[in-house]
Write a protein that binds this ligand. Sequence first.
Ligand SMILES: [Zn+2]
Length: 593
Amino acid sequence: MPMFPDAWMAELLSRNDIVSVVSEYVRLSAKGRRMWGCCPFHHEKTPSFSVTGDKQLYYCFGCHAGGSVVQFVMEMEKLQYTEAIKFLAQRVGMELPNDVDDEKLKNERAKKERLYAACKEAARFYHECLLSNMGKEAKEYLAKRGLDAKTVKRFGLGYAPDSWDSLLLHLKEKGFTENEIKDAGLALSGKKEGSCYDTYRNRVIFPIIAPNSRVLGFGARIMGKGEPKYLNTGDTLIFNKRNNLYAINMQKGKQINDILIVEGYMDVISLYKHGVENAVASLGTALTQQQARLIKRYTNKVYICYDGDAAGQNAMLRGLDILAKEELKVRVVVIPGGLDPDEYVRKNGKDAFESLKDKALTLPAYKLLCIERACDLNTDEDREEYAKKACAYVSTIEPVEKERCISQIARKSGLSRETIMSQCGATKSSKKEETFVKRGNRREKKDDESVQRRLKAERMMVAYMSLSKDNAMYVMEKMAQEDVQFENEAFTEYADALLMEYSEKDVIDEARLLSTQSASVAEAVLPALQLSDELSDSSRDIIEDCMKTMQADAIRARILEIMNGADAQMPDFAERLMEAEKLKKQLSRLLES
Ligand SMILES: [Zn+2]
């Protein structure tokens, strides 16, 4: 990460007061020493997002997002560190210092800027072409698909002329080099050495735009028959389809209840035209984890609605698992008659589409439907086959969800509820299993408690360290003496940064230090810094307790490791037993002291 000169950073931060920056995105009201508002990073109705003016930090008690004004801008505008600094500098009219030391990053940044600029110019060019005489056929095509001029403009649609070099010539005229044009994915190298031609020809163009309004790449659709139907920008320095969603820029700054994921550009646009304005498209068929996380920044409720064909349905099944893994609440919209969302909304309008959302299926219900569709339920044999497959799936899901599924399978297969229940492993006779599960849960809960206790102790230590240089030195010495370490790597990283900072000055600026940390470190450290209100310089006894907690935890972990035989150095059982006994004594001495 490039270092900006201290004095310059200090001025940047003092001129970008966190309360005023955050207020541009979130309505804040004062309560106590903090300002409160609804979190822009997770979906909520009651405010748990707080900003402290005197510390210049923000923190969300709901999703634990937090940091300085720099992290806030990085998250909010989806920017890298250096870009965020630049954004803040621009906001208050400051020039970037000339002596930013990281030459490589500066070059890459400059190159990215050129690619953004080339894509923006290309989008403008394609749009102009669509509106000109050249775009007559494309305009007719879009009109035939039900789009009006207003929608075309809203999405910045364009037309790539039927020519090998019209965009190339245009961009060169605007001062872009052939390499820049190729690196942006707008032109390809020809077979003949040094030759080069436009990537998209005689196609309708859909610009892919980031939430910060930058054009990143393009989708291009053929108008008549032919393959491939769609061409998309491949990976470039500024675009990776796995990290982006088409039309996510339309959701920026809106309070939305849910997001609808569809397959294609035309679905998004057509839905939008008919008043369904919360649709995005995965670029290509399979959803990725990064895309799921991107959605999570806007809402935790997702509807997914893919094309009715087999490819679409399979892609949807894969996507569902990814969304569920990210703990998004997912519902599947099933369109009758195997229509695409675009076709359906054009035929039946917004209200009909919204009512499909009301009838959307939960994940288990949808999976059962897929199993049902794969069997035809006309013979006893088929119904049995269906029941077996359905029960095999249902036995893997939560008991609460099981209940509803069992009735459905019984009804569809014509078999008795009891039969289905025993096939799903949900019968009352499995009492043994039940107690086993219960016991397992209890143990898990206890583990969870000890994890929480340890985390709290480590947070306290970090909070204490951040209060003064003396404290930091004291904690580090003590930890070295007792040979304990933070379990959380982020704390280790932050503690090192604190010590570095203290080696140069006696008083540190938390917000500034935090602004130089990675997002994951800041995320871990923020809850700790909130604890510093509870501490004073004379809180050494609290620190002693925390240290004890950490030591005890380390000993317990060691005992467990030895008894599980995880230590290859100690193959002999009797030896392990002795060692464990020794450690247990050590543990009780520690807890008594
Ligand atoms: Zn939050």
